[in-house]
Structure formats: structure tokens, C-alpha cells
Design a binder for this molecule. Structure first.
Ligand code: 5AD
Ligand code: SF4
Length: 433
């Protein structure tokens, strides 16, 4: 039987989908990339904001319509929404056959077999705070970059965030598992790895912390670049910053979500750092790596945010001048603390604030990208650009998409590109080597 997985949300879900593919293939199921061929359609879902959930519900109703012509088709939901909503998903759409939560992926083959025989709705969403999926080496569709999960779950309970409720407590994979998976990727020709976790800075396996893990990963043959997401500002140590600066494979980019530029709001968010601490970390990063790219996440319109407090976020973004930012309007998530705060902000104001941040950041991003003109970037070539088949595209070490005239033979190679133009969020130029 053939299966397909449609993945939403963060890189963790992308990595989980690859892992689910391994679990399924080990039980004799076959991965397909055509939904027309699929006997099983799975949605790997995200719950972080309401609109992410709404989109998936819409997609599911489209796909279940295929059951009209294909009575045997099995449709299921996995990931954060499966964990959050459980059997309620079957009430939202009774054509859904199974719902499997984030700690129960080993049960998938058996659950599908059960449905195939009985055609009953099945759900399995019990949490297991220890499950770390040891020894499942993911099926990678992409042979250029490997996403390697180093830890699962989160203990931080930021008051707006659903993740600790759906992903459970923090646990780190063993150092051997992590290094083996990176080695395996390297042996298969993959040259870039991204280490994943909700809060990679608090990775801990026996006495190996995150900087020590990076130092060991840096030694692995064939791997040329190491990236990681996501970092929590409260846990960003000097040791980590120094490791980034001193180990050649670790790329000059950090994603460091700030969420707000106001100390009272940060407190209400339970972020456990102040603006001063955050800026101190940014300064240290830039002191040791003057050209490091810094990206962030921010939330506009958190409950109780006054216009002055919002403007503190605006000013912080002006001050830091991020290369890029993911900006969101606050979305109340049932079950989180902030959803119960009585001082929710009107949707319209949240939207206005969000738009103001987007306008500011768009300008900053354009200026920062223009400043790259004349520089030489090392680019890891990924494939043809979306717009023009004679142009090829890849990323620089500082995570900027760079486009240049090229051909298929360059894919998977490193080239030096001289930047001649900045167009929106991409750099354009010619290969000089
Ligand atoms: N509303 C809006 N944005 C949120 N995020 C997490 N929870 C919410 C929410 N309830 C954002 C944060 C986080 C990113 C992954 O999503 O900025 O860093
Ligand atoms: Fe959510 Fe905060 Fe954990 Fe990130 S650190 S996953 S924002 S609770």
C-alpha cells in the first residue's frame, strides 16, 4: 500500500514526516509523491496559531472527497493538531479515519492495518514524555540538507504557546544517536545539517551540552555546514557563542526569537529574560562574528499590550536590524495561560500593529540585502530557481537565497558568487569560482 504525507508547520514536523516514512517503510508501506496513487493520506499538522489549523481543516475536507471514488482510501491526521484535538477531529470531519499523536508514531502501521480490516475510526494520542524515537533513521527526499532532531518537547511554557502541551516535556537524544545520524547523512553525500529542537540551547545528554555537541559534530567528515534552530535567548551562553565563532562548519546565522521588546510583556509571556539581556546577547554575537545574520520571531498584540509597549518592540527591531523576522499577530490558544487573560486586544489593533512591524522589517531587510552588493558569497547550490530555469539557486552561510546563471552540474556543489543585485529577499550575481 502507498502513502503520502502532507506536512505543515515547523522544521520539526518536516523531520517527523521523514521519520514516519521510515516507520511505515519498515512495515512494508511505500512512500509516493502522487496523491492520486495514495491508499493512505496523512496530514502532519501544526497548532501554533489558529489560522494554521483552519488551513489544514480546509485541506482535509478537500482530500476526503476522494473517498467518493476510492472507497478504500484511508485519511489520517498526525502531529500537533492530532495531539491537541484527539478524537474531536473526527467530530469536525467524520471522514477522518485515524488521529495519531506525536509520541505514538511507532503504532502507525498497526493502526492502519486495523482500519483496513475494520473501517473503524482509531485514535491514539496518549503522551509519552520519554519517547525519543531512537534508531529511526529518516527517509530523506532531499539529498542536500539533513534535518536532525536532537531533542523533543519543551519545558518553558511561554504563556501564549501550545507547544509544551502538545509536544510534552523536554528530552534530549543520546549524543551517539545524533552523531550517527549526522555521519550517516555525510556518508550519503549530504553536506549541510540542521540540528532541530524547540530549544536546542538546553540540549543535555549526560555531561554533553549543546556547545559540546556542536564541537563534536564539527569533526564529522563530508559535512561542510552546520545550522540549528531554535535558540532561546535565556539559554544562549557565552560558550555557545564562542563555539559558533571558533568552529568553522557552524554557519554565521542565528534564529533568536525575541517575541517582544518590552520587559513587562516579556514577563507576562514568561520568557525569563529582559530586553537588556537579549541585547547583551546580540552584542556578544556581533562582537565575535561581525557579519552574523540574525533572524527572529515577534508577536504583535499580546494580551494587555499597550501602544507604548508595542512601540518598544518596534524600536527594538529598529535597533537590532534583523536580517529577517517572522512576525505574527497574537492568536489565543485554548489551554494556554494567556488565552485566559482578560485583557485581550482587538483583532483590528493586532492586525494594525502587525502590519506596522511588517512594513518596518521589509524596509530593513531590503536595506540589509542591498548592502551585500559587491560581496562574495559561498553558495551551496540547491537547484534551478523557481522563476527561470537558466538560473540556479542556493543559500549562503548566512542563510540568504542567492541566484546566479548556472546548470544542473552545479547542484550539490559550493560556488563563490559575487553579488550584483538585491531583489527582495534574494541576492543575484555571477559565479566567480
Ligand atoms: N500566537 C501568535 N504567535 C505565536 N507563536 C507561538 N504561539 C503563538 C501564538 N499563540 C509564534 C512565536 C514562536 C513562533 C514559532 O510562533 O513567535 O516563536
Ligand atoms: Fe513555545 Fe516558548 Fe517552548 Fe518556544 S520556548 S516552544 S515559544 S513554550
Amino acid at each position: 500500500m502507498k502513502f503520502i504525507i502532507e506536512t505543515y508547520g515547523c522544521q520539526m514536523n518536516v523531520a517527523d514526516s521523514e521519520m514516519i516514512s521510515t516507520i511505515m517503510e519498515n512495515s512494508g508501506y511505500e512512500l509516493t509523491d502522487s496523491v492520486d496513487d495514495a491508499d493512505i493520506i496523512m496530514f502532519n499538522t501544526c497548532s501554533v496559531r489558529q489560522n494554521a489549523e483552519d488551513r489544514v481543516i480546509g485541506r482535509i475536507s478537500n482530500e476526503v472527497a476522494r473517498k467518493f471514488n476510492n472507497k478504500q482510501l484511508i485519511v489520517g491526521v498526525v502531529g500537533c493538531m492530532a495531539q491537541r484535538l484527539g478524537k474531536e477531529l473526527n467530530e469536525i470531519n467524520s471522514k477522518i479515519d485515524f488521529v495519531v499523536g506525536v509520541d505514538n508514531y511507532f503504532q502507525l502501521p498497526q493502526i492502519i492495518e486495523q482500519i483496513y480490516n475494520k473501517r473503524d475510526f482509531v485514535y491514539s494520542v496518549e503522551m509519552n514524555h520519554q519517547e525519543i524515537y531512537n534508531e529511526v533513521y529518516p527517509v530523506r527526499k532531499n539529498n542536500l540538507n539533513a534535518f536532525v532532531t536532537i531533542m523533543r518537547g519543551c519545558n518553558n511554557f511561554c504563556t501564549y504557546c501550545i507547544v509544551p502541551y502538545v509536544r510534552g516535556r523536554e528530552r534530549s537524544r543520546s549524543i551517539d544517536e545524533v552523531l550517527n545520524e549526522i555521519r550517516f547523512a555525510g556518508e550519503n553525500g549530504i553536506q549541510e545539517v540542521t540540528l532541530l529542537g524547540q530549544n536546542v540551547n538546553s540540549y543535555l545528554w549526560k555531561d554533553i551540552n549543546f556547545p559540546k555537541l556542536l564541537q563534536q559534530a564539527n569533526k564529522i567528515d563530508n559535512i561542510k555546514r552546520i545550522r540549528f534552530v531554535t535558540s532561546h535567548p535565556k539559554d544562549l551562553s557565552d560558550e555557545l557563542i564562542e563555539t559558533m565563532a571558533n568552529y568553522d562548519k557552524i554557519c554565521e546565522h542565528i534564529h533568536l526569537p525575541v517575541q517582544s521588546g518590552n520587559n513587562e510583556i516579556l514577563k507576562m509571556m514568561n520568557r525569563n529574560y529582559t530586553v537588556e539581556h537579549y541585547l547583551n546577547r546580540i552584542n556578544k554575537l556581533r562582537e565575535l562574528m561581525p557579519d552574523i545574520a540574525i533572524t527572529t520571531d515577534v508577536i504583535a498584540g499580546f494580551p494587555g499590550e499597550s501602544n507604548e509597549q508595542f512601540m518598544d518592540t518596534y524600536k527594538l527591531m529598529e535597533e537590532v536590524r534583523y536580517d529577517f523576522a517572522f512576525m505574527f499577530k497574537y492568536s489565543p490558544r485554548t489551554g494556554t495561560k494567556a488565552a485566559d487573560y482578560s485583557n485581550q486586544i482587538d483583532e483590528e489593533i493586532r492586525l494594525q500593529r502587525l502590519q506596522k512591524l511588517i512594513d518596518l522589517q521589509t524596509e530593513i531587510t531590503h536595506e540589509k540585502y542591498k548592502n551585500q552588493i559587491g560581496q562574495i558569497k559561498e553558495v551551496y547550490v540547491e537547484g534551478p530557481s523557481k522563476k527561470d530555469i537558466n538560473e540556479y539557486s542556493g543559500k549562503s552561510r548566512d542563510f540568504k537565497i542567492t541566484i546566479f546563471p548556472g546548470d544542473e552540474s552545479l547542484v550539490g556543489k559550493f560556488v563563490d558568487v559575487k553579488v550584483e543585485e538585491a531583489a527582495g529577499w534574494t541576492l543575484k550575481g555571477h559565479i566567480i569560482k
